[in-house]
Design a protein. Structure first.
Length: 192
């Protein structure tokens, strides 16, 4: 199958069978693009996730765009992005045309209650997979622990705090540690 068609169909399938938005899709994108197809590596998936989270737009769309570009250039990026968006658009459009109070139907409301639980588990699975693949160094683990503690405190005490600020602070700490370690002067990288 030509790669452009394969990109479109793969991401259309991901978009069709994943509820809960981008975070729930990360686990499925990793399974398909890294484990099954080998389009990208685990490290690239971690990098994509971090970059997609810190750039504007939904995380799954950003991931699809990157993988599509990586495998099929600009046209691959367009088709992968279109593939991941199209199923949700069509489903929501059809529901809006047919039912005015879709979630008022008891059966649908109960089904979405169960879907919320599954989405939470998919997000947890993606987070745990990323933690297992994280480098076994003190700094990344310390940043992870402090970030989790900060976000937990923000949620428990209902403080008005942006997660963007937390990401920028973690990035600044990582950059300072990188430069302080002299890796920037030596050219960085573990393979050198």
């Amino acid at each position: 199958m030509p790669i452009l068609l394969e990109l479109f169909l793969t991401f259309a399938k991901i978009g069709l069978f994943t509820f809960g938005g981008g975070y729930a899709m990360i686990s499925l994108i990793e399974d398909v693009c890294v484990d099954r197809r080998g389009w990208i590596t685990h490290d690239e998936m971690m990098d994509i996730t971090v970059i997609a989270e810190s750039t504007p737009g939904p995380i799954a769309i950003n991931c699809a765009t990157f993988v599509g570009y990586r495998r099929g250039g600009v046209l691959g990026a367009v088709l992968a992005t279109f593939g991941v968006v199209l199923p949700s658009f069509v489903i929501i459009f059809l529901i809006a045309q047919v039912l005015d109070n879709f979630l008022a139907i008891p059966l649908i409301a109960h089904a979405f209650g169960g879907i919320k639980l599954a989405v939470g588990l998919l997000i947890l699975d993606a987070g745990l997979n990323m933690m297992r693949k994280m480098k076994k160094k003190l700094l990344p683990r310390l940043i992870l622990l402090l970030s989790c503690a900060a976000m937990l405190a923000v949620n428990l005490f209902a403080w008005n705090f942006s997660s963007v600020t937390l990401m920028l602070a973690a990035g600044a700490v990582g950059l300072v540690c990188f430069l302080a370690g002299g890796e920037g002067r030596r050219g960085g990288g573990e393979g050198r």
